[in-house]
Design a protein around this ligand. Sequence first.
Ligand code: SF4
Length: 78
Amino acid sequence: MARTHSLLIDRIACSGYGLCAELLPELVELDEWGYPIVGSSALTGEALGHARRAVAACPALALRLAPAPDRQPHGKGT
Ligand code: SF4
């Protein structure tokens, strides 16, 4: 099985400019103050690649990917 990761936000470091939401509109929403909200989906494949690019682009180094808990990727569960 492919290794899965979760996208995490350091809310202290985040500057709230919303670049991550522009790069990952399918994974990141902005709250009413412009700070990101991410789901808890386990990321694989193309989504994981997009998330890696967003992590690299975050100007505040506030995004990171962590290995997801052992479970089926989104949409593959029973
Ligand atoms: S790109 Fe980084 S600093 Fe900007 S809103 Fe997203 S997590 Fe925060």
